[in-house]
Design a protein around this ligand. Structure first.
Ligand code: ATP
Ligand code: MG
Length: 424
């Protein structure tokens, strides 16, 4: 019996993988413009990092984490998200002492969550995310949001909705928390078991519940915006002003919450409004977390970041019918006839590749016709034909496959000419 791929995972095959590389490249290059530097952290961490850093009342930690014990008896977890690891590294490497502050980082890599697989929801998925640590300037919030939007726009997405909210500072949150408890408590029996647990521990998460989202008390729940103190209000207004100045469109949605204790002030999500995108419309989630660094054992440091998955980004591109400008073709395919020409083609191929030209030849002893067919399948820009006769005369025949033009070129100048033609 053949062995199946694990549920909720996927192979990304040639033909598809180029899209991944393309979008990752766009995201990385925009991060460079914004001066976010790449960080790579391990795929597994001490389980405690996530129970502390993500929070043991969250679905991620309670239900979705892949945990295991290693031979040394340590409890480890496959990382379900990137922020906790970045913060662990920031603290462990004392990045807060680096001369350039705030510390602006991005990451890209697989995350693991034991979820019910469905469209847009995998057990292994790739998240691209950024974190800016060490500044509490609302301009950084606006920068992080505009970077996320910038990546999507650069890729051609237009049917996007940016939703922002403020969770306020600790005082505002506490006042709101009390109001939420008072609001839900009398009828908490009508809610799911998870929500009943959340009531005292983290009532904000009730607003995020997928099971109870239609309960009438959800719509009438006290809005955080009514509980923001002046400082928090000013902060939120400043973020909005910066976004408007940058022509980043947004809507304020007071029901948008991030349920973790350490989240405060800005929270945001980017949704796809493309028809046919499916039930899960959130592409990207982010927000400010001013307590997390301390929770992980570092000095009090404000932070903000976002994360999105490449899987959902690619679905959004597909839903909007966007074709990425990916070059599939090989630049030069060598067709050879005759024994000596065949041997010579091995050497010539090597020279072309060394000159930075993507090139290919036949390795299956195909007849000339078969070699031309192969060149077509490789979508070759140029086909270089060399036979024993040409070899003796020190020349090669080059065919431009898009114009059909043919010319004879001296072998001495062939590589140079190819470079010119290809603009290299
Ligand atoms: P959801 O409500 O969809 O479960 P979440 O709150 O768990 O999202 P976050 O932890 O904020 O998501 O992760 C940020 C982003 O990572 C999401 O907006 C989404 O793009 C992506 N993401 C999260 N879980 C998955 C998954 N299982 N498969 C693919 N992408 C995911
Ligand atoms: Mg989730």
């Amino acid at each position: 019996m053949s062995i199946q791929i694990p549920r909720g995972t996927q192979d990304i095959l040639p033909g598809e993988v180029e899209k991944w590389q393309y979008v990752e490249e766009v995201a990385k290059s925009l991060c460079h413009n914004y001066q976010y530097k790449e960080i790579r952290t391990p795929i597994f961490e001490a389980s405690e990092l996530f129970t502390r850093g993500v929070g043991d009342t969250t679905d991620i930690v309670q239900k979705e984490m892949y945990m295991f014990e290693d031979q040394g008896g340590r409890s480890l977890a496959l990382r379900p998200e990137g922020t906790a690891s970045v913060v662990r590294s920031f603290v462990g490497n004392k990045m807060f002492g680096y001369p350039n502050q705030p510390t602006k980082l991005f990451y890209s890599g697989p995350m693991f969550r034991y979820e019910r697989p469905q469209a847009g929801r995998y057990r292994q998925f790739v998240q691209f995310g950024v974190e800016a640590l060490g500044s509490e300037d609302p301009a950084i919030d606006a920068e992080v949001i505009s970077l996320a939007m910038g990546i999507y726009k650069e890729l051609g997405l237009t049917q996007l909705k940016l939703v922002i909210n403020s969770l306020g500072d600790a005082d505002s949150r506490n006042a709101h928390r009390e109001a939420l408890i008072n609001h839900f408590k009398p009828s908490i029996d009508e809610f799911c078991g998870d929500c009943q647990n959340r009531l005292e521990k983290n009532p904000l998460r009730i607003l995020d519940c997928k099971k109870d989202r239609d309960h009438e008390l959800m719509g009438t729940a006290p809005s955080i915006l009514d509980y923001l103190n002046d400082e928090s209000k000013n902060y939120f207004e400043k973020v909005q002003t910066h976004l408007s100045d940058m022509d980043v469109e947004f809507v304020v949605d007071p029901t948008l919450v991030r349920g973790l204790d350490y989240y405060n002030h800005t929270a945001f999500e980017i949704m796809s409004e493309a028809e046919g995108f499916g039930a899960i419309t959130t592409l990207c989630g982010g927000g400010r977390y001013n307590g997390l660094v301390q929770m992980i054992g570092g000095p009090e440091t404000p932070g903000i970041g976002f994360a999105f998955s490449i899987e959902r980004l690619l679905s959004a591109l597909e839903a909007e019918g966007i074709e990425l400008p990916i070059e599939h073709g090989v630049e030069c395919f060598i067709v050879s006839l005759g024994k000596e020409a065949k041997d010579y083609s091995v050497k010539l191929l090597h020279t072309l590749r060394a000159a930075g030209i993507s090139s290919e030849k036949d390795y299956l002893d195909r007849k000339v016709k078969g070699q031309f067919k192969a060149a077509d399948r490789y979508d070759a820009k140029y086909v270089a034909v060399i036979g024993d006769n040409e070899l003796q005369e020190n020349k090669i025949n080059l065919k431009n496959m898009s114009t059909g033009e043919q010319e004879e070129i001296s072998l001495d100048h062939f590589v140079e000419k190819m470079k010119n033609k290809l603009g290299k």
